[in-house]
Design a protein around this ligand. Structure first.
Ligand SMILES: Nc1ncnc2c1ncn2[C@@H]1O[C@H](COP(=O)(O)OP(=O)(O)OP(=O)(O)O)[C@@H](O)[C@H]1O
Ligand SMILES: [Zn+2]
Length: 767
């Protein structure tokens, strides 16, 4: 028996309260371990014990959904693991579908549905509810001026019915399941008020509660929309280039292809498309013809145009500039980088931040506790009076108890955190920063030390070649460059890529290499013309070779001469053949970003695989004291160093380019991959991915995280403060029912509004 995860997609969006009760019900099912809800996509994950041949989980879960009659299950949009597991068990042939990396967890993903459609309908319904409640309110106010008491009653009754229509179904459902929900509490309070003859109170209670539900739906909708706006930028059609008839193929290259407009989803990787000037790029692909500049704002949040040449990758969702380009498509419509990013943002919202979990724990005992207080208020004081021989005013205390009942509602508390977290994740995504989950968002603000990789992270990832030197036996530096570039083209290391760029820019053709092998932190080895060549760090040389090089090029190991990284080129047979020296140039914003981080109280470190001399020189330029620089650290040792620092300093962030530093990213508290738009791998390993090439987003991110936490605590204080005040007033007999509900609605709306305060204003990403 293992653990399985079943995903349900709700055919009909639910508001936060219904979600809460549905989650609660599912969690009570025997065998269910955890339930996670993604209100963004209106999906639900249930982790449960998976006894393959027990009653089908899908049936059980469907039954539960049917119980919540507002959520009619829609069999076509959801699937469950048990049928698959059962088949796998009995036939032991077919493996469970789409297993994820998590051990013992098998995931069945239903076909993607567009959550937007149902949600918009849901928002419309919320607006309608708001209008209805407003109408009820008008009638209620008008009835106060009615000439006869009968008309007044009629107006009040109308308002009560309008409110109850919204609340009663959910209350009925909760009662049937013997659960103490807020809906049930409110209905009880309304009925109680009617028993006491407080018609106005009952009406106000019903209307305000209906309004609060509608408002909550509408505010949350805003957060959801902001993310979907990103996706809206990808066009759904593409101009496919199809080879024209054979006869035309040997005339001009343009007439060799014909254009046809087809749905983007129908285009397979390997096919060619054309993106005209000014059009949005429909699919990811590599440029095969044309030069242009693209605006990658949808991905990186930066609207700076990026130059693109043949060989460069462009991504779906970017906007093409002046030039027309032809692409060979590299990924299909559903797997573009943008689609992956959105999926990640969505997934991030499912996982709850630690603070969120503690708030939920708190809420789970808060409601019963306040309910207890309410009952005590109704019974104890009158009983005391009775015991003392007096005549208690039962109705008075009953009323105070009713007010306390309303205070028992935890919704403002429960909603405070997720809304703030979602706001944080959304703001970040808009600036091209992907955060894996609420945990990472929370941890960022608590970091003490931030370790940086040097090459490609603090320095530019396209390095300028400063000099190429060939051994006398070789003579021609261009030949050294060609070998170096051909080998470098096979690695994702910034030095290798820069060599390849440099050679192409010089018009040199790269040679065909075979059996290319990258050794992290060392270099590349490959076969070329039947000979084995290597490209790599001077550190790989043994003492004898070092001596030989020293004699040939006395200045190569001279610290004073070393102003940037150096790579050697050599062959197995002949040893070192030459070397290439690079300019080490910091990113223009690096110093500014580091200084801001220092102001924020973080300690930046530099951990580099480069030589001591080069690292020290760059460290000085960027304001690192020598004790915060470590050089010549091999990729594997970076991770060890991070662990040591973690023991010493506490939470540590590691910022790398995701090329050689994946282990280090993994062992940091928060692994941050910087500006690797093209590298899909970084998306998998890092907790945070900066898609924009801008280090100043790091201090911004730290502020965002700290601000989010502060906002959460602020929200909790608002909610609890208001409730405590009302509870106090209720005990003294000074609070009315509508005041209590106003405080509750007010707290919810205030908390949501506080969390989403600036989400709407912030349309334009920072530069
Ligand atoms: N793919 C490669 N192509 C060329 N040289 C390489 C390659 N990989 C490693 N090297 C050599 O090994 C050295 C160390 O590499 P490593 O990736 O550990 O650090 P780095 O990139 O130089 O610096 P940092 O760790 O700050 O990014 C490089 O300076 C370079 O000389
Ligand atoms: Zn409430």
């Amino acid at each position: 028996m293992g653990v399985a995860r079943t995903q349900l997609t709700l055919p009909k969006p639910l508001d936060a309260r219904r979600i809460g009760s549905l989650k609660h019900d599912l969690e009570r099912l025997p065998g269910v371990l955890a339930v996670e809800f993604d209100w963004e996509a209106q999906r639900l994950w249930v982790d449960h014990l998976d006894d393959p041949c027990e009653a089908s989980w899908s049936d059980r879960l469907r039954h539960q959904l049917e119980m919540a009659d507002s959520v009619a299950p829609c069999p076509s949009t959801w699937s469950s693991s048990p049928p698959v597991a059962c088949r796998a068990e009995s036939s032991s042939a077919s493996p469970p579908a789409t297993p994820r990396a998590l051990p013992g967890l098998n995931v069945v993903t239903p076909p993607p549905v567009d959550p937007g459609v149902g949600e918009r309908a849901h928002a419309r319904r919320a607006q309608l509810r708001l209008i209805r409640a407003g109408l009820g309110g008008l009638v209620l106010v008008a009835s106060a001026f009615a000439p006869s008491p009968a008309w007044q009653r009629l107006g009040q009754a109308f308002a009560i019915v309008v409110g109850l229509v919204e609340i009663a179904p959910a209350a009925w459902l909760a009662t049937r399941q013997r659960r103490l929900g807020i809906h049930a509490l409110v209905v009880a309070a309304i009925l109680g008020a009617l028993v006491l003859g407080e018609w106005n109170e009952a009406a106000a209670l019903a209307l305000l509660f209906a309004v609060s539900e509608a408002l909550e739906t509408l505010t949350l909708q805003r957060a959801r929309d902001s993310i979907r706006a990103l996706l809206a930028q990808t066009p759904t059609t593409a101009n496919r280039l199809v080879p024209a008839s054979e006869s035309a193929s040997n005339s001009s290259p343009d007439s060799a292809f014909q254009l046809e407009t087809v749905p983007a989803a129908s285009i397979r990787p390997g096919e060619r498309i054309r993106v005209r000037a000014g059009e949005a790029v429909p699919l990811d692909g590599r440029i095969v013809a044309g030069y242009t500049q693209v605006d990658q704002r949808a991905l990186t949040g930066e609207s700076v145009p990026v130059a693109k040449h043949p060989g460069d990758e462009v991504f779906a969702g970017s906007i093409n500039g002046e030039g027309s380009i032809d692409l060979v498509v590299s990924r299909d419509h559903h797997h573009t980088l943008l689609a992956g990013i959105l999926e990640r943002v969505r997934a991030a919202r499912v996982r709850r931040a630690p603070v969120e979990r503690s708030v939920e724990r708190f809420a789970s005992w808060y409601t019963p506790a306040v309910f207890g207080v309410a009952v005590a208020l109704m019974l104890l004081p009158p009983l005391v009076v009775l015991a003392q021989g007096g005549v208690p005013v039962w109705s008075d205390w009953f009323f105070r108890g009713l007010v306390a009942l309303i205070v028992a509602c935890p919704c403002a508390l429960v909603i405070a955190t997720p809304v703030a977290v979602v706001r944080g994740l959304t703001l970040a995504a808009r600036r091209g920063i992907l955060i894996k989950d609420g945990d990472a968002l929370e941890a960022l603000g608590k970091l003490r030390l931030l370790a940086f990789d040097k090459t490609g992270t603090l320095t530019r990832d396209r390095l300028q070649v400063a000099g190429i030197h060939a051994a006398p036996s070789v003579g021609d530096p261009d030949w050294i460059l060609r070998i170096a570039a051909s080998l470098g083209d096979h690695s994702s290391h910034p030095l290798g890529r820069s060599l390849a760029d440099h050679a192409r820019a010089r018009g040199l053709e790269l040679l065909e290499v075979h059996h290319a092998r990258t050794i992290p932190g060392v270099g590349v080895e490959a076969e070329l013309d039947g000979q084995s060549y290597w490209l790599g760090s001077p550190r790989v040389l043994d003492e004898r070779e070092r001596d030989q090089v020293r004699r040939g090029w006395p200045d190569l190991f001279q610290p004073s001469a070393v102003e940037g990284p150096v790579v050697l080129v050599g062959s197995r047979a002949e040893g070192v053949l030459g070397w290439v020296r690079f300019h080490d140039q910091e990113r223009p914003e690096a110093r500014r970003a580091l200084d801001r981080l220092r102001d924020q109280g973080l300690i930046p470190w530099m951990i580099s695989g480069d030589s001591q001399a080069v690292a020290a020189r760059m460290g000085e330029r960027l304001g690192f004291p020598p004790e915060q620089i470590r050089a010549e650290v091999a990729p594997g040792h970076k991770a060890d160093l991070i662990e040591t620092l973690r023991d010493q300093y506490g939470p540590i962030g590691m910022v790398g380019d995701g090329v050689n530093d994946t282990p280090a990213l993994a062992s940091a508290t928060v692994g941050i991959a910087a500006h690797r738009l093209a590298s899909g791998a970084a998306l998998e390993t890092a907790d945070v991915v900066l898609l924009a090439e801008d280090l100043t987003r790091l201090p911004w991110l730290i502020d965002l995280s700290r601000g989010t936490l502060a906002r959460i605590y602020q929200n909790i204080r608002i909610a609890l403060g208001l409730k405590a005040a009302v509870l106090g007033l209720a005990a003294l007999g000074w609070a009315s029912l509508w005041l209590a509900i106003l405080a509750d609605v007010g707290a919810t709306v205030l908390v949501v509004a506080n969390a989403l305060r600036d989400l709407g204003i912030d349309r334009d990403p920072i530069r």
